[in-house]
Design a protein around this ligand. Structure first.
Ligand code: SF4
Length: 223
């Protein structure tokens, strides 16, 4: 399996924000978000081919009880089902971060599903493919039915709320499981966008999520 990095940090987003966690980041993605904050796993995928044993050993070095399997898109990584099983051993809590376009029968304690809104679609040759793939309603329904989950959305402008509210209604999702985050990798931009985002959360009953890792460490790899 191609691994971009394994590191120990603080969960910066979503329901478990603030929880010390080991991050296992696979490389490779079926989407190409215009604002992707890990282009080294999507636009220009990096990383070596790791065996399952080596990944589990590297993750076990850290004392954290929580593990986050992220990417890229971990659900397209070869051996993801076995890796999910291995990472949960010993009673560790596993979150899987996915865009929700692919279903695999993985094991996890929290399926963190982040469907990509139209603000993610890039210009150029990837645009049409990304646009076609980014929302897979049947797959989203399947993931939501099978796992404890949250639905995490990245908003770049207030108008994005229209698309996300339509999708939440289509999925008949519980607003309490819907988490909104501002798009951006600079604290100033996040604060500015957070102001109108908070109003949408208040109006719709969604949860607001900061991007704590950006505030703590800046937009740096391995954090
Ligand atoms: S789905 Fe995630 S990893 Fe893939 S391009 Fe979008 S932001 Fe990057």
């Amino acid at each position: 399996m191609r691994i971009a990095e394994i590191f120990h940090s603080i969960q910066g987003e979503g329901a478990l924000v603030g929880v010390p966690s080991v991050f296992v980041r696979t490389s490779g993605c079926n989407l190409r978000c215009a604002w992707c904050d890990t282009p080294y796993t999507s636009w220009r995928p990096e990383g070596g081919d790791w065996s399952l044993e080596r990944i589990l050993e590297a993750a076990a070095v850290y004392p954290a009880r929580h593990v986050v399997l992220t990417g890229g898109e971990p659900m397209i990584a070869r051996g993801i089902v076995e890796l999910s099983r291995g990472l949960r051993r010993g009673g560790r809590h596993l979150t899987i971060e996915t865009a929700g376009t692919v279903f695999e029968a993985v094991e996890c304690d929290l399926m963190s599903i982040s469907p990509k809104l139209a603000n993610s679609t890039p210009e150029g040759e990837w645009g049409e493919r990304h646009e076609r793939l980014r929302i897979q309603v049947d797959t989203l329904r399947r993931l939501m039915a099978a796992y404890e989950h949250q639905l995490k959305f990245v908003l770049a402008r207030p108008e994005d709320a229209d698309e996300l509210c339509r999708l939440v209604r289509t999925l008949d999702a519980d607003p309490a499981r819907v988490v909104l985050m501002p798009e951006g990798v600079e604290t100033g931009v996040l604060l500015k966008r957070g102001a109108w985002l908070a109003e949408i959360c208040k109006r719709e009953g969604f949860r607001f999520s900061p991007r704590l890792h950006v505030e703590l460490y800046g937009n740096r790899r391995g954090t």
